[in-house]
Design a protein around this ligand. Structure first.
Ligand code: DGL
Length: 286
């Protein structure tokens, strides 16, 4: 059944926040903390998560379906709060799909705002990027950071087990240490001069306590939620025409493509509060 949000006027709509599952909730928290007056719709494509090891075609197809779903809910602005979707689908959606879907709506990602934050933090000019296979092998962080700061050396490390550790509530268990140590060790073997590490996956802030155990002393960690939130606020300041189209009643609605009960339980880990979720199908029936 298509969910229609009855609280919307025709002229304005909530800001859509998309993730393959729960990870985007870490970004949503920071956005809401900074801009509590806006309305938001969060969608987790839990039925098809994780996206991290999926092909370009699949991630693009799923993300485009999600964007169309948000547009049908009245969203004028959608944030892909998922690095894998931002890495593999954002550019094509912005350049190929948006002009025909609706040139007045916008879809933004998390990679550019994170890339913008790095130069002020690194002294050595050597940065490590930790993410899913999709994000790391796409080279998107390297591309975005090099565009802005050509002198910076970027080294990526794909951590395919990390998001599943979070999704399966193993993130604070002793078994998680093995996978975390393994990838951090590999990253620093590749480039021992790294002094700043980007957590380029929205799930990773939940692994922060364990990540800190295996990082060389004084390594700075960029957890992207705050930067994405600040960049969104800045975007809306610079684009009053879009700001006017974003409704502001301080509401939040949660949707998932899988079990709402499970979503409510798991979301509490990410948000530290109880929420209520609804199930939706994002594929548009012919
Ligand atoms: N949330 C996704 C990201 O930020 C990771 C989880 C997944 O593999 O779907 O890349």
């Amino acid at each position: 059944m298509e969910e229609k949000t009855d609280y919307l006027s025709r002229e304005t709509g909530p800001i859509g926040i998309f993730d393959s599952g729960y990870g985007g909730l870490t970004v949503l928290s920071e956005i809401r903390a900074l801009m509590p007056e806006y309305d938001y719709i969060y969608l987790g494509d839990n039925a098809r998560a994780p996206y991290g090891s999926r092909s370009y075609e699949r991630v693009y197809q799923f993300t485009l379906e999600a964007v169309k779903w948000f547009f049908r809910q009245g969203c004028r602005l959608v944030i892909l709060a998922c690095n894998t979707a931002s890495a593999k689908a954002l550019r094509t959606i912005q350049q190929i799909d948006l002009p025909t879907l609706d040139p007045d709506r916008r879809v933004l990602g998390v990679i550019r705002p994170t890339a913008e934050s790095v130069s002020t933090l690194s002294q050595s000019g050597h940065i490590g990027v930790l993410g899913t296979e999709g994000t790391i092998y796409s080279g998107s962080y390297e591309l975005e950071i090099r565009k802005l700061f050509p002198h910076i050396t970027i080294t990526g490390e794909a951590c395919p087990m990390w998001a599943p550790l979070v999704e399966n509530r193993e993130y604070d268990k002793p078994g998680a240490n093995y996978f975390i140590q393994q990838h951090l060790q590999k990253l620093f073997e590749k480039d021992p001069l790294i002094d700043t590490v980007i957590l380029a996956c929205t799930h990773y802030p939940l692994l922060m306590d364990k990540i800190a155990l295996y990082l060389p002393k004084d390594t700075k960690v960029i957890s992207q939620g705050r930067y994405v939130a600040e960049s969104l606020r800045d975007y809306l300041w610079r684009h009053p025409e879009m700001d006017k189209k974003c409704s502001k009643q301080g509401s939040i609605y949660y949707f998932t493509t899988d079990s709402p009960e499970r979503f409510e339980q798991e979301a509490s880990i990410f948000l530290n509060e109880q929420i209520s979720a609804r199930r939706t199908d994002i594929e548009q029936k012919a």
